[in-house]
Design a protein around this ligand. Sequence first.
Ligand code: HSE
Length: 437
Amino acid sequence: MKPINVGLLGIGTVGGGTFEVLARNQEEITRRAGRGIVIKMVADKDVERARQVVGSAATVTADAYEVVNNPDIDIVVELIGGTSIAYKLVLQAIEKCKHVVTANKALLATHGNEIFAAAHQRGVMVAFEAAVAGGIPIIKALREGLTANRIEWIAGIINGTSNFILSEMRAKGSSFDTVLKEAQRLGYAEADPTFDIEGVDAAHKLAIIAAISFGIPMRFNDAYTEGITKLTAADIRYAEELGYRIKLLGITKRTAKGFELRVHPTLIPARRLIANVEGVMNAILVCGDAVGQTMYYGPGAGAYPTASAVIADLVDVTRMHTADSAHRVPHLAFQPDQLSSVPILPIEEVETSYYLRMRVHDKPGVLAEITRVLADGGISIDAMVQKEPSAGEEQVDIIMLTHLAIEKNVNAAMSTIEKLPVVVGKITRIRMEQLGA
Ligand code: HSE
């Protein structure tokens, strides 16, 4: 059978890796796919560099529309990123009845509903394994491997840059700014690392995970997103002393009131496997009603790991493209007319437990005043530590861990406590999850 023809949009780090791995493993991939998969055309702004990568194996152009409009191209691989030009090109490729493989989490999280509807109408596949957690086959696992389950919750370390920063802050006691510079020097963080450190990249990935786990549309705009920029080395140390690690987690959970969809720094017990995922690695913990907890671990970025996911999608599309579109695995795991409209819970309605650190004057009655406010708000204290004052100081840090409480009640209590004359400055609040069975 003649090979299937692929057009590649963008041949940077991931595109170059995809080209190389596809060429290197062509024989094995052909044996798996049932026919060859060949990159016939490449579009990149830097035509010279693209030619150096592909040699004479593919036609190179600076005009991506030449690729998406070419009738000889069967599958378009979009590796440009962002939500402007990539958005137009993906819709145009679908319009031209081409299958699409993309690593673009921002695009799917923000425009996925429109893109999947267009693909459904045209009977083409949009595959996106590389969009979440790089080389970890988490989309495949959720959409197919765990399909018997009612997914209860997922908690994931799905941004390698922020996990690297938190790991280094803990290991070396360094400040956030120092480690961020180190991450940039090592090439982990983007030149503008805002999406990584503010939790936006993780929220993009979480919106995709939630959609295929619960059968809901992409709800990125409803996600609560808080990054790691305000975390201090002191909080990481105090958490450690209490038996916890702080990780930037993407959490999505089924509750009686709606789905939770939130990204924020989270204290988790240090003994959990996921608490020990360090550096740029990713890990996703999934709880299904039948299987219980399963965890998926691996590199969340990088040329070859991401290429591994892109090529897996190419093989899937190659195997399935002649199948009746109604008999393929649905894009979002559930049949498109079966998506649920259950709402995403506002963060104020979320119930979890909390780490609260406050600085207070070290004098009689202070604790009683604070615990009274918490008791009035129905917030129960699970553990408490008062740190020794430094020499010559009369202010101390108090750390409290709460039992489960509704966030709006905690907000109200924090605001009352911050107004007490014995309390200095603002309270640091970090959410906690036990992630138990
Ligand atoms: N910037 C992402 C991360 C890479 O740090 O995990 C791939 O999404």
